[in-house]
Design a protein. Structure first.
Length: 326
């Protein structure tokens, strides 16, 4: 009995030591990954941009107002990068967020040569972003355009009638909080919304006309909300050239005097906390170390933030939605 007890005690001691070293290793790994993530972020030592390189930035997914991104672009303005290649793959987002990003890229372009490459999609607010550059390059099958503005709101009037619910309200004027979705939209409210959309649409059209050097006839042809392939967009003056990043670098060398042969290096725009890949990786390593492999795999594959994004867009939208109204 004594021997068996000693064996059990030894096994428990070994198990505790093993758990201790697993947790220690996980903590060290997290610290290392977070350190690398901070260094690689815009706040971290210039994101490795040097005078002997071209900075590559990515604008992906839905575009909204983002002060962290603006600050990152301002840091890039003051970095020693020789030029900037902006990769865009976005269906757009809010008009305010798109305008903010356009203005930030315009300021950056005043300091450094800048060219845009459309990876797959530059629609609506994504196209507003693209025209900040003096030269836009896209693949033949990339989609660009969708020049237009959208204001969407749900109306639950018929549903409330079905379930027998009536929403009452007291407000200072007929157009306060209109539309509210709980009653039919009045002609006055619809007219007010129409005025907002038309004003923003005129602003969008004016930007395209000025930045792309279009006459009124061509502008009418491209500004009806459609998207065009890169192949179509060249003739319509929505883009300047077909190609990829190599074509973008060649243009910088030929037209902007950038030294040939410079490496292109990623410059990370500051992501939201939930999107930080290095934090998801750290969490995965920790759970692996604790033996929770199944949960770790779920975290690695999580895309919850992107799903929530579409539900949290507020205000006027410059957004292309192929599965619904655009």
């Amino acid at each position: 009995m004594s021997l068996d007890s000693d064996v059990i005690v030894d096994r428990r001691r070994i198990r505790r030591k093993l758990t201790f070293w697993r947790v220690t290793a996980a903590v060290v790994a997290i610290a290392a990954i977070v350190a690398v993530g901070v260094i690689a972020s815009p706040a971290g030592r210039g994101s490795f941009t040097t005078s002997g390189s071209i900075a590559r930035i990515h604008i992906d997914g839905l575009i909204r107002s983002d002060n962290d991104r603006v600050e990152a672009l301002e840091r890039l303005e003051n970095s020693r990068a020789a030029a900037v290649v902006v990769h865009i793959n976005s269906p757009g987002g809010t008009t305010a967020g798109s305008e903010q990003l356009y203005d930030a890229l315009t300021r950056l372009k005043a300091k450094k040569p800048l060219v845009v490459v459309v990876d797959g999609l530059a629609a609506s607010g994504g196209y507003i972003t693209a025209i900040a550059a003096d030269h836009i390059i896209a693949q033949q099958t990339s989609l660009v355009g969708s020049i237009g503005v959208l204001f969407q709101f749900p109306n639950f009037t018929e549903l409330l009638k079905t379930v027998g619910v009536k929403v009452e309200e007291v407000k200072s004027s007929p157009l306060k909080a209109a539309p509210n979705g709980f009653e039919p939209t009045s002609p006055e409210a619809r007219a007010a919304l129409d005025s907002l959309v038309r004003d923003s649409y005129a602003w969008f059209r004016g930007m395209v006309k000025e930045r792309r050097g279009m006459d009124d006839a061509l502008l009418e042809k491209v500004a009806d909300g459609r998207v065009f392939t890169g192949h179509q967009a060249v003739d319509l003056k929505l883009i300047d050239e077909l190609g990829d990043e190599k074509a973008a670098v060649a243009w910088l060398v030929a037209q902007k005097g950038v030294k040939a042969g410079l490496p292109v290096r990623d410059y990370k725009l500051s992501p939201r906390f939930g999107d930080l890949t290095f934090l998801r990786t750290a969490a995965s390593i920790t759970l692996d170390a604790l033996g929770l492999n199944g949960i770790a795999r779920q975290i690695e594959q999580a895309g919850v933030v992107q799903a929530v994004d579409r539900l949290s867009l507020d205000g006027l939208l410059a957004l292309w939605q192929p599965a619904g109204t655009n």
